[in-house]
Design a binder for this molecule. Sequence first.
Ligand code: HEC
Length: 555
Amino acid sequence: MKIRRLLLATASAMTFTLTAAGTHWCTATAQTAAVLSGQVSSAEENLMEGVVVSAKKAGSTITVSVISDAQGNFSFPSGRLEPGSYTLRIRAAGYELDGPKTVDVGPQGAPLAIKLRKAKNVAAQLTSTEWLMSIPGTVEQKNMLDRCTSCHTLERPIKSTYDADAMTGVLQRMASYSPGTTPLEPHKRLDGRSMDVPTDRLRPRAEFIASINLSQQETWAYPLKTLPRLKGRSTHVIITEYDLPRPTAMPHDVILDRSGNAWYSDFGHQFVGKLEPKTGKVTEYPVPVLKAEQPPGNLDIEFDKTGNLWIGLMLQAGIAKFDPKTEQFTMIPLPKDINNNASQQAMVMPSSSEVDGKVWMNSVGIPGVHRLDLASMKFETFVPYKDLARGQDHSVYGIKADSQNNLFFFDFSADLVGKIDAKSGQINLFKTPTPNSNPRRGYMDQQDRLWFTEYRANKLAMLDTRTEKFTEWALPTPFTYPYDVIPDRNGELWTAGMSTDRVVRLDPKTGQTTEYQLPRNTNVRRVFVDNSTTPVTFWAGGNHSAEIVKVEPLD
Ligand code: HEC
């Protein structure tokens, strides 16, 4: 175990503020209240349930959505819209908006008849989950594509014309990109485990893609399937989208502070930001660059008990502390002897640091974990899989500390949940009941129960860290690929699919689920619940839609 003193670099934050034009939100009074309601129908289905109806005021950065009920009725609750001219959008798989496309909203208004028509290009609408439902192949084959969706949807490979040889080359190129990349802004890795994937491992995947893409045929031989629209309780919801000022922003983690501000990390850029939901005002803080030659972006953000925000600096290698009061960053790079081109701190865990003065972080490139002693600024390194037989990949993805600052970590490449004892440093590995489940990220509750997603198994799970027993719950939609989960104050679990654009609410007592359709292609990662509202409010970032999304269930 290497221990080393490290210099603390303090960088002052430049702050710039972008205020959303014309958004005085949720402040509509009786005089300014505006009404918007009506009915959704199409020639094919007549009155339509489960259609997402979105309204955005001219010049605003905020979009509000409601969902039509069994009679096709939709209604924006009073106080949510102020008078003005609005653009309308809908989401209903297989359909597009015929009209009207804009509406003037005032204190009174006749019910609006929204007409949908069959979409001319359904392929352009499909989510990655719908592509996976449509293509032929076994679940094992389809799961070979589960990592592709982190940078773009499956539309690209499935619309491509590469044969297996050419696709092998494309897959090699994909492995050379860094996380936080999109086709709009490609960034290459300098080094890293995923870069040197041997061709023989890529070949089965390339052959599978070449069998379902357009390399052999002009159009797909299989019908394109869409998920049925969500009905009943799923329609009892209001969804608010807040656009971020930079159209390429990648809000990965979104968490609320005690005043109700939403803080976000940017997966592809050197920013953390703050959204004030009441007004839509966004303030962005440039995160100092530690390694100019490495791709930008950060991932995990966490509050410690004193209200400081901690940030996992990804390939910039290290962590940062941000004081929201002084708006100052304290940069903590990895010390030289453990810092190299593969160093990647996705996660940081300060939440029980008051117990022993230590902050945990993962180290993707090892794969392993570092622990920083805040008094001495010394680092320790833990390498949990070094004694395991070779053959299977292992990784350290999400990390969570219990009340004693013991660390739990998720093996996203296999099916292990690990524990590092804070006092002895001893490491224990627990296998999830479902094999090859790919546990990803989660939440430690006050009873030291560890809630987490099983990304590849399409399940939510809980490890009671005191009894060391696992429980698992299946999600209703196949290939949801849940990234993160959080329990609310009533014990219900909230997650969202990276591929479905759906939020899932699961009652662990009954296993019953309610899904909520998000209005856009979002790619949700971290999930958060605000327990101060009744019912609770769900928050997440649209990692691919440069927006923060708030989901308010009505029951
Ligand atoms: C780390 C980010 C990342 C991941 C993960 C990723 N891609 Fe890509 N992909 C990109 C970028 C960036 C582009 C656009 C630039 C390019 O083509 O190299 C792209 C483009 C593509 C294209 C179009 C290429 C062309 O020449 O038209 C295909 C096909 C593709 N990706 C397939 C895949 C498949 C299959 C996977 C999963 C095995 C995958 N990608 C995973 C970043 C990624």
